[in-house]
Design a protein around this ligand. Structure first.
Ligand code: FAD
Length: 232
């Protein structure tokens, strides 16, 4: 799995800070942006988002390349609708099943499970290649490919949607592969726009309590999780 922040809105904190001040100042937004410094922008973002007025951080967008992840992951990722996606196509790219699949740690650590997992993938690979040799188009041969198949996807989200995504997908309840990707995305955006992602992370980090009720995983220690995400 690899995550790389490819591009993001220039001066995201200055822009969102200036947008926030537009509501309460008489000057026009371009003058406000020209006059604002980073400290004032951050202070404004903290104040306004502290009221729950989150729309001001929608002005900053972040584009990631998420590489060599499973199709199981991307299927969950694309459920987040306030985002843009472009994914590697199994219609156009010939798939090398034996080289390109994700093995979950629970399977990798279990010799017997790993053996049957690998054997099945070898069989899938043989069938896929045989279908192509028979002249079956890639778009139809791919029906045999598994959720473990690796893929690449580009995703763009604005800061508000990213925070919502982190609430759900950095949570211990989230599936492990997507949780790792979401946590790495958060680590990278915090570096470039700290005030937009202050207290970002699973819902418990933001709200101070777990909303999962009886679904809350037993291993969760909210104080420890808060410490971990604050120091990310
Ligand atoms: C732990 C976990 C388990 C899950 N299990 C399942 C499962 O078993 N089955 C399953 O199908 N899914 C499951 N999901 C996916 C989940 O139901 C959501 O589809 C996914 O997390 C996207 O969240 P969202 O809809 O809040 O966010 P986004 O699509 O990212 O949207 C962000 C917010 O925008 C607003 N919004 C977006 N679109 C609309 C709309 N059309 N109408 C009104 N408001 C809108 C909502 O406020 C929404 O919260 C699971 C997710 C998690 C985190």
């Amino acid at each position: 799995m690899r995550v790389r922040l490819l591009r993001y809105t220039a001066d995201p904190e200055l822009l969102c800070g200036a947008a926030a001040l537009t509501s309460s100042r008489s000057g026009n937004p371009s003058e406000i942006l020209d006059g604002i410094d980073l400290e004032k922008a951050r202070q404004t973002i903290r104040r306004v988002t502290g009221y729950g007025h989150m729309s001001v951080i929608e002005h900053a967008s972040f584009t990631f390349s998420i590489e060599e992840v499973s199709r199981a992951l991307t299927h969950q990722l694309v459920r987040h609708r306030i985002a843009s996606y472009t994914q590697q196509s199994q219609r156009y790219v010939t798939y090398d099943t034996l080289k390109k699949y994700v093995t979950p740690p629970t399977i990798a650590q279990n010799t017997e499970a790993k053996k049957i997992f690998d054997e099945t993938l070898e069989s899938i690979s043989a069938t896929y290649n045989r279908l192509l040799e028979m002249g079956i188009p890639k778009e139809d041969a791919r029906y045999i490919l598994p959720n473990a198949a690796k893929t690449n996807i580009v995703v763009t989200m604005n800061a508000r949607e990213l925070r919502h995504f982190f609430n759900l997908r950095c949570c211990t309840r989230s599936q492990w592969e997507l949780r790792e990707v979401a946590t790495e995305m958060l680590r990278q955006v915090k570096k470039v726009a700290p005030s937009l992602f202050e207290n970002a992370g699973p819902t418990c980090v933001e709200l101070g309590f777990c909303p999962e009720g009886k679904m809350k995983p037993q291993e969760c220690n909210i104080e420890e999780i808060k410490r971990r995400f604050k120091s990310l």
